[in-house]
Design a protein around this ligand. Structure first.
Ligand code: URA
Length: 246
């Protein structure tokens, strides 16, 4: 149970004071009864709450798949650059989502935005080894030797040896197209892995994170909420997780 005024404030109907005003003006009903006291307890998942005759659909968590465009930071705020949160409509920003992991400013593709800290923790935990697949265009000819090197692990500029990664060469030429699947998320990892074999990533896009695949029908810069199957596949990462309050 939760206080009615708090529930409405949480759902973006204004500050507690503004919500109080709405209630005073008889704009709020609970199970078809006009409510004049914001302090009453409601069950936001079960009770039929309406504001101006429009049903309030309460939920605690949001899960958004974004096709990140280049030029945006994977952060919630920045004094200089635009962030991925700026791409969301204000109604969704109210939930205070944050990006699960980071894509570089110039990287495009799949980014999960949520306010579910537990899920973010499990998706990013090195112990879980969640697979991330990237499509890249790389300057130079990517070779079988590179594939084998990535399978064994390459040494990055700071001495770190990467875990086995799967490289698929899609096209080879003076510029190659590849898909690389890694199970870790070191800073600039894909770019630095190619640097380690003397090549340069010139375009990078994430296509997969765990069981979540970028929806190809999402144009760059647009987003949608996860569907039930996608959400369940993600939540499976949380051991023994039972969510009665989604
Ligand atoms: N690896 C990179 O180098 N950059 C990214 O944005 C993601 C993975």
């Amino acid at each position: 149970m939760m206080r009615l005024d708090k529930t409405l404030a949480h759902m973006g109907f204004g500050s507690r004071k503004e919500v109080k005003e709405l209630i005073k003006k008889s704009k709020v009903t609970v199970n078809d009864q006009v409510i004049k006291n914001g302090k009453i307890d409601v069950n936001p998942y079960e009770d039929d709450i309406m504001v101006n005759h429009i049903p309030v659909e309460y939920r605690k968590y949001i899960y958004i798949m974004l096709n990140k465009p280049a030029g945006y930071l994977s952060a919630t705020e920045d004094f200089k650059d635009q962030t991925v949160i700026d791409l969301l409509e204000p109604d969704l920003q109210l939930f205070e989502p944050f990006p699960v992991g980071r894509l570089d400013k110039d990287t495009e593709g799949l980014l999960l935005l949520t306010n579910d800290g537990q899920l973010a923790h499990h998706m990013l935990s090195p112990k879980k080894g969640v697979k991330k697949t990237y499509y890249a265009r790389v300057s130079g000819r990517v070779t079988e030797e590179d594939r084998e090197a990535f399978e064994k692990g390459v040494t990055l500029d700071d001495g770190y040896v990467t875990k086995p990664a799967k490289l698929e060469i899609l096209t080879r030429g003076t510029m190659s197209e590849i898909e690389l699947t890694i199970t870790e998320g070191k800073f600039h990892q894909v770019k630095r892995m190619f640097q380690a074999v003397g090549k340069e990533v010139i375009y990078l896009r994430r296509e997969r994170m765990g069981e979540l695949y970028l929806d190809e029908s999402l144009p760059l810069g647009s987003y949608r909420e996860l569907n039930k199957k996608e959400l369940n596949d993600c939540l499976c990462l949380i051991p023994g997780e039972i969510r009665g309050d989604l």
